[in-house]
Design a binder for this molecule. Structure first.
Ligand SMILES: NC(=O)c1ccc[n+]([C@@H]2O[C@H](COP(=O)([O-])OP(=O)(O)OC[C@H]3O[C@@H](n4cnc5c(N)ncnc54)[C@H](OP(=O)(O)O)[C@@H]3O)[C@@H](O)[C@H]2O)c1
Length: 316
């Protein structure tokens, strides 16, 4: 029995999952729905969402997409973060900035640092954990999610008896098939220590890199995110390294990576994410068709741990 079956999930998850954080915010509704459909038709069946995503719009849009597809898709939603508060001048900045931010990378990273685009943590009470899933199900227009996760929780909240009991009641009522922690490594570790009801963990690729063996050894379903990183993240850093040292890129080309160093950097990061989580799901934001095509093509190849060595070399 694999980790997905142990977590009580009915069909096999795809290796790549679609991250919906930008659905309805950076990515307009129609474009987002088209991207979800294209990924689904190409075999992606795991969709990661949260009440805070898409400035509060993503769950409703994902619900639209799920019509007629629910039994062939996994849905993960979360509890613990609220969408950005957008008042007055910030609301105007958001409205004016969004179309521009969708086009220009430099503007986008500056735009993301605005308070108007940052999700807000909410205090985790048992009552909130129970109420939030009902609200999510309503927005998603479904009866049950596959995974209900604490969203970036404080590790101290993960093992709290009242929080675990509220999650267990959501399972018992059939509102979720599995419950998880989606957050930092220390919060995932707290879920491992707590045991039930947690049966899945979601954390960043970088965290898996140093804690992978510990998390993977527990036999829970593992999901990784932050492969490329937003504004100045892993992809920007690796691209800068390869641009500054063409010999490092040449070594990657010799190993079969793209002749364009920017594309080679993305390929290598995704390979490393897949290699560091060989039995789980790797999330990516795949709204642009060129990203989606590149990511799907990469996931079809099984490169394995050799990619991790190449990344160490490229970053040395
Ligand atoms: N605590 C949590 O639970 C948590 C935290 C972070 C993220 N997440 C989940 O993980 C999902 C992914 O988020 P992430 O932070 O990991 O973002 P990501 O997938 O690393 O994406 C970051 C950026 O990289 C771009 N990209 C994707 N494929 C690419 C490629 N082949 N070449 C160049 N650029 C590429 C994306 O573009 P496009 O989208 O425009 O195609 C996006 O702008 C989120 O949507 C969310 O569902 C969860």
């Amino acid at each position: 029995m694999n980790a997905a079956e142990r977590a009580g999930l009915p069909i096999a998850p795809s290796r790549l999952g679609f991250g919906c954080a930008s659905l309805g915010s950076r990515v307009a509704a129609a474009d987002g729905l088209n991207a979800l459909a294209a990924a689904f038709d190409a075999g992606v069946n795991w969709f990661d969402v949260a009440p805070a995503y898409g400035a509060g719009e993503a769950e409703t849009l994902l619900g639209r997409f799920l019509r007629g597809r629910r039994d062939r898709a996994f849905v993960v939603t979360k509890v613990g973060m609220a969408p950005p508060r957008r008042l007055g001048a910030l609301r105007l900045a958001y409205a004016l900035g969004r179309p521009l931010a969708a086009r220009a990378t430099a503007v986008r990273s500056g735009f993301r640092s605005l308070a108007a685009t940052r999700n807000r943590p909410l205090p985790l009470t048992a009552e909130f954990v129970e109420r939030s899933i009902g609200e999510s199900l309503k927005r998603l227009a479904i009866d049950c999610v596959d995974v209900y996760a604490l969203h970036d929780p404080d590790p101290a909240d993960v093992g709290r008896d009242d929080v675990r009991a509220a999650l267990a009641r959501a399972l018992k009522r059939g509102q979720a098939r599995a419950v998880a922690v989606a957050g930092r490594f220390d919060a995932c570790r707290a879920a491992l220590a707590a045991g039930e009801p947690y049966s899945a963990l979601q954390t960043s690729v970088a965290d898996l890199d140093y804690g992978g063996a510990e998390l993977a050894g527990a036999g829970l379903l593992l999901v990784s995110h932050s492969v490329f990183g937003v504004g100045g993240g892993a992809l920007a850093q690796l691209r800068a390294k390869l641009a500054a040292a063409p010999n490092r890129h040449r070594r990657l080309v010799a190993a079969g990576y793209d002749a364009d160093s920017r594309r080679a950097a993305a390929e290598l990061l995704l390979d490393c994410a897949l290699a560091s989580n060989p039995d789980g799901v790797v999330l990516a934001s795949m709204f642009r068709s060129e990203h989606r095509a590149a990511d799907l093509a990469r996931a079809r190849r099984r490169v394995g741990p050799v990619a991790l060595g190449l990344l160490d070399e490229a970053l040395a």
